[in-house]
Ligand binder design. Structure first.
Ligand code: UDP
Length: 406
């Protein structure tokens, strides 16, 4: 793992000094993170990078996973979709299964910590077992602005008992009796996923993955999830195929807590069949340097999400100074200012139009990428993210005083 000081080149000296000052006040405090998957998806990605940083700063981080059967993840996937605004039918038995699974986890998961960050709905119910004196934060990575009433009401019963809630964008805030804080996620500029790669490294990896380099590549990196709209991406690309020379690449994997992945992957493969310029590639969740190389080898990056909590893939691509065309949903507009640091679209037609236009206007595309990289440098690097969490921890530890003197 890189040392904190190595981040100065990307984040600036002040950001590193701030981190050291704040963490000195939290030395030896235990900060527990609980989520439901160790690999796949944005939460696991961030935790795997942030926790070693905390250790170096003298804080004691811990990471626990809750466990459940396939039926539990089918229910929490319905929660996830419903909170994102895709209507779902939840039965009394579904809610009961959630309660029962959480009860089992309360017995097995070690919840001992000064401060706990409980990520997303899956482990939210652990609050019933919160140790006395601990400060618990519900960290929500989901866009709640169109949440389905019954699921939110159920979850709200738990969330209301936390000491604070953290959301990624102001529009996700809810009517709650606890304070809500905005902390957008981040990327690690020194991780294999984002670090600089030489041209040789990139081309070696592309050769190994058997992705031809003879045409400009338009890429979307995403779990095979309907909310990432892989079929919409394929449809948009098919519309421009007669007018451009390009290849579409859909790269994905699955997360342990996502039961729908295999089906969506099969649908994407079926939609791409008979079109050799559309490649659907499934990679293991550890393929960080491969994803990095693919993003760097691409001319345009897509993130045509229909719903999105934040969309780490957008910042990942912008950090590589790539022009990004992305859905104007969830946390994506925090990362892209339309026609300045990327392109926001709302339809398949819009996505098709901008793919064609950016392929034909490479200088404009390059400018969008450069502006995007600077925006990410200032707002979405891991150092800023950790600083926000530590400030919140300090705030709660100090009994919620409104002013912290550093
Ligand atoms: N990712 C990956 N391999 C894949 C698909 C996604 O490593 O096959 C990574 C991607 O690079 C990003 C994260 O998983 O770091 C996805 O985070 P995002 O916020 O974009 O979406 P989520 O999956 O959390 O909905």
């Amino acid at each position: 793992m890189p040392k904190i000081d190595e981040y100065a080149a990307a984040a600036g000296d002040t950001a590193i000094e701030e981190l050291k000052t704040i963490s000195a006040k939290l030395r030896n405090k235990t900060i527990l993170n609980v989520n439901s998957t160790a690999v796949g998806g944005g939460v696991a990605e961030i935790l795997s990078r942030m926790l070693p940083m905390m250790t170096e700063l003298g804080i004691k981080p811990r990471w626990e996973l809750i466990k459940g059967g396939e039926d539990f993840y089918a229910v929490t996937k319905k929660f996830h979709n419903a909170l994102h605004g895709t209507p779902q039918k939840l039965t009394a038995a579904d809610f009961q299964l959630y309660r029962d699974t959480l009860k089992t986890n309360m017995e097995s998961v070690n919840l001992d910590a000064d401060i706990a960050l409980i990520h997303d709905p899956q482990p939210a119910g652990l609050i019933e077992k919160k140790p006395a004196g601990a400060k618990w934060i519900w960290r929500c990575h989901i866009d709640l602005s169109n949440r389905q009433r019954d699921v939110w009401d159920f979850l709200r019963g738990y969330v209301s008992r936390y000491d604070a809630a953290v959301i990624s964008a102001p529009s996700f805030s809810q009517e709650l009796p606890v304070k809500q804080f905005q902390v957008p996620p981040s990327i690690d500029p020194l991780a294999d996923k984002n670090r600089e790669l030489t041209d040789t490294e990139i081309s070696d990896i592309m050769k190994r993955l058997e992705i031809p380099a003879d045409k400009p590549l338009i890429t979307q990196v995403s779990r095979f999830d309907r909310l990432k709209d892989p079929l919409g991406v394929i449809e948009a690309f098919k519309k421009i195929q007669p007018y451009v020379t390009a290849r579409l690449l859909l790269v994905g994997g699955s997360a342990d807590d996502d039961p729908e992945g295999a089906q969506v992957l099969a649908e994407a493969r079926a939609a791409a069949e008979g079109t050799p310029d559309i490649i659907v590639l499934c990679l293991p969740p550890t393929s960080n340097v491969e994803i990095n190389a693919i993003q760097r080898a691409s001319s345009i990056i897509l993130q045509k999400s229909l719903k999105e909590g934040f969309g780490l893939t957008v910042s990942e691509a912008l950090w590589k100074a790539k022009p990004v065309i992305a859905g104007a949903v969830g946390g994506i507009p925090l990362q892209i200012t339309h026609k300045y640091s990327g392109i926001l679209t709302r339809t398949i037609e819009g996505t098709a139009y901008w793919m064609k236009r950016l392929l034909h206007e490479p200088a404009y595309a390059r400018k969008l990428g450069e502006n995007g990289r600077e925006h990410v440098r200032q707002n979405f690097l891991l150092t800023r993210h950790l600083r926000d969490y530590l400030l919140l921890a300090l705030y709660l530890e100090s009994g919620g005083r409104d002013f912290i003197h550093l």
